[in-house]
Design a protein around this ligand. Structure first.
Ligand code: OAD
Length: 249
């Protein structure tokens, strides 16, 4: 009898860059910012996601993030996160550049994740910058907050707010990876928030094949070589064979 070999173990030499947004976590039950039912339909970003908002009403901003955090920690990686993690064995390099703060890529097994907008699993003092993990921070003032730091400052979520700079080294590495990527898969992002979204244009300008996975058209769609208008959890597992074929060309 002849055993057939599943030839998906055929590796591709391509450098793959995944550029992720809130839509990749939608099927894990986490809300997106824009679009129907999006968080920014209920709140304006400047009401909550700015340093000014935190200075004006720290309790309100803290509670909003603490509530989002409690949903994030209950959430599980979905088929999209898992498929992306699986790509690591199939390509020369796989770097995940994410705008998300939920750590679901890491929990799915992705090892090289660049978090452009920080991380909600960490809180840090707005004065001395000391860091503490979010579950411990929340436990300091159950249901309230923000907790006070020993230095007298206030703990704030470890995320990047509008008007703040992206973490410098993380962004520099993302730029370098965008330049050398041969394939860029943009998943579940409206591609409207800069400088993050500029990485897609940079990769395209440097010759990357751009693939968009999104339920809706975005400003990126016109630039994409291939568009999959489906939920990420359905589209990505089917995309794998296509990516391997592309890399083998
Ligand atoms: P957005 O909420 O702007 O966009 C989410 C995108 O995901 C939309 O284009 C949806 O069409 C798409 N989408 C929804 N469900 C999907 C699914 N199941 N499969 C595939 N696509 C789906 O989120 P981001 O682009 O991540 O920044 O937003 C960028 C930044 O804006 C965020 O990092 C955040 C926000 O304000 C800060 O807070 C600094």
């Amino acid at each position: 009898m002849h055993r057939s070999h599943h030839n998906e173990s055929t590796e591709s030499g391509s450098h793959l860059l995944v550029f992720a947004g809130a839509g990749v976590s939608a099927e894990s039950g986490l809300g997106t910012f824009r679009g129907p039912g999006g968080l920014w339909e209920e709140f304006r970003p400047e009401e909550l996601a700015t340093p000014e908002a935190f200075a004006r009403d720290p309790g309100r901003v803290w509670r909003w993030y603490a509530e989002r955090f409690s949903r994030m920690r209950e959430a599980l990686p979905n088929a999209a996160h898992l498929e992306i993690a699986r790509w690591q064995g199939l390509f020369a390099s796989v770097v995940v550049v994410t705008q998300n703060i939920d750590r679901l890529h890491q929990r799915a097994g992705s090892r090289d994740v660049l978090e452009l907008h920080g991380d909600l699993w960490t809180a840090r003092c707005n004065r001395c910058r000391r860091e503490i993990d979010m579950p411990s921070a929340i436990d300091l003032v159950p249901g309230g907050g923000p907790p006070k730091c020993a230095c007298g400052g206030l703990l704030r979520p470890g995320v990047v707010w509008f008007g703040e700079s992206l973490p410098e080294l993380v962004f520099a590495r993302a730029v370098a990876e965008a330049r050398r990527a041969e394939i860029l898969v943009a998943v579940g992002t409206s591609a409207t928030v800069y400088p993050a979204a500029g990485l897609i244009e940079l990769a395209a300008a440097n010759g990357a094949q751009v693939i968009e996975v999104n339920r809706e058209p975005t400003p990126l769609s016109r630039l994409a070589h291939r568009v999959l208008r489906e939920p990420a959890g359905e589209a990505l597992p089917r995309l794998t064979a296509e990516l391997l074929a592309y890399g083998a060309e």
